[in-house]
Each structure stands twice: as C-alpha cells, then as structure tokens.
Write a protein that binds this ligand. Structure first.
Ligand code: ZN
Length: 288
C-alpha cells in the first residue's frame, strides 16, 4: 500500500539520514527501485515528473502499475508515490489518480501566489492524509520546461512556507538539475544552515542529486536534508549498460533481441545506482 512521505521523512530527519526519491520512467525503473528498497529494507519515494507521467500513459496508469507491483512483489517497506515539480493542475490530477504525495512547485511564481496556492494545497492534502512538498527559490537547470535560475532561497520565505504545515520543503541552495557544469561552485551550506535554523524540524529536500560529491551530500544531510532526489544518475547508468550490451553485439546473438534480455543490463545498472545512493543517504535497514 502506498503511504504518505510525511512519517518516513520525519523519522529520517530525527535519525540524521535521508530517504531517496528515485524518479521512474517505465516498468523496468519502477520494478528495479522497488526490489532494491525491499531487499535493503529501505523506505523509498518514487518520483514522477509531469513529462514522465504523460510518457507512461497518464497518472492513473502509473498508480495502477505501482500498486500492482507492490502487491505482486510483496513489497512491505514504506513506498510513497510522489509528483515531482507539479503545477497546480497536475497536483489535483495526481491526488485524484491516487498518488500518496505531491510536490507543488510554485517557485517560479510571485511569492504571494506561491504562498496562496501552497496554503490551499496544504489544506487539501492534510485532509486526505497525503504529503505535500513545496519549493522556495528555484533550482537551476531544466525540470520539464520549468527553468530555474539556480538561486539560493531566502530563509525567511522558507520559514513562511514551512509554517503553513507542508510535509517537506525544497529550497534552492546552489543545486542544479541534470549534469553539473565544470565550474559549479558547490552547495551553499551557509544558505542551508540559515534555512535549517528558520525551519526547525521541517524535512528539507535536496534536488539535483546527480553529480553532487558524496561528502557534500553527507554534509547536507547532517545539516537537515531528509530527502534527496535522484533522476539523471539512473538514466546515465541505464543508457551506459544498454549501450555496452548492443555494442558487444549481444542483441544479435540468439534471442538477444528479446526486450527482457536487452533491457536487463540497464535495469541492473539502475539497481546498482539505487543501492549506492541508499548507502550514501543512510536509509538502508531503516524500514525494519
Ligand atoms: Zn527537482
């Protein structure tokens, strides 16, 4: 059964570890992530961007697939199905479809409008027992068409949004989506520290987890980050493994063209990445 991300993140924050949000793109992704979470006894959040939701055939298709896998694979660790960087409309569509968690990304809106819409969604999600992530200070890079400036969030604005009663808060701290440029300055721990001081027990979310050096991720977790989003890294691992298989000509041998064989190395690549990240975040064994 899908659960809200609220409780798992509060536990993570109190226990000084983080839960990974791994974005899904299809059946292979979803199955790989769920199997690793179960094997490693880790809570997990499955992230779905609006683009990936559309690609997979719509939000109800995603809910059906995820619920089916949880039942058939006997997944007993806590799993949240979460809309990533949702618009106001997408949040309502996902709530209706059966997601257990949504992110409303109003970071590109004027602050007052972000505040008003987040307030409304706090009330709706709280009534339904779902979790809600809000964002303050946009995160650099491209996130399905929402372009951020890579700014650092204003800690007082973070406090205002946190005080509304959201379940988790994403705040720009110099992080970027996708691959990091060579001249990237690193995370602003000064900003993270100031946000943490203003928001207390609120689980903070680190977006753009791909390419942030491990020591910086650990430091961010020590400073109050309780959820780290991983997307690009699984995509890179999947592509690299499928490329190796095809370049070795294995798709031309016997029934090597069978998608179950062709995609198997890519799926193993996703699993290895997820295990590595769960180890880094400290979430292994936390669902026992
Ligand atoms: Zn993000």
């Amino acid at each position: 059964m899908l659960v809200s991300a609220k409780e798992m993140l509060q536990k993570a924050k109190a226990g000084h570890y983080a839960v990974g949000q791994f974005n899904i793109n299809n059946l292979e992704w979803t199955k790989a992530i769920l199997e690793v979470a179960q094997e490693k006894k880790s809570p997990v959040i499955l992230g779905v961007s609006e683009g990936a939701g559309k690609y997979m055939g719509g939000y109800t298709t995603v809910v059906g697939m995820v619920n089916g896998l949880i039942n058939e694979l006997n997944i007993t660790v806590p799993v949240a199905l979460h809309l990533d960087h949702g618009s106001y409309d997408a949040c309502y569509k996902c709530i209706k479809a059966g997601f257990s968690s949504v992110m409303f990304d109003g970071s590109h809106l004027p602050f007052d409008e972000n505040l008003a819409k987040t307030t409304e969604l706090v009330n709706v999600t709280n009534q339904l027992g779902l979790s809600l992530e809000a964002e303050v200070g946009s995160i650099g890079g491209e996130e399905d068409g929402v372009i951020g400036q890579g700014e650092c969030a204003d800690p007082m604005e973070c406090k205002t949004i946190a005080d509304l009663g959201v379940s988790m808060l994403a705040a720009g701290i110099g992080n970027i989506h996708g691959k990091y440029p060579e001249n990237w300055a690193g995370l602003s721990f000064e900003t993270l520290d100031a946000i943490q001081a203003q928001t207390g027990d609120m689980p903070l979310v680190l977006h753009g987890g791909t390419g942030i050096p491990a020591d910086q991720v650990k430091k961010a977790i020590n400073l109050g980050v309780a959820k780290v989003n991983v997307n690009t890294e699984c995509q890179l691992a999947f592509a690299a493994e499928v490329r190796k298989y095809i370049e070795a000509g294995k798709d031309l041998e016997g029934k090597g063209y069978d998608p179950r064989k062709l995609l198997a190395p890519g799926t193993a690549g996703i699993k290895a990445t997820v295990i590595e990240k769960m180890e880094l975040f400290g979430s292994i064994g936390k669902a026992e």
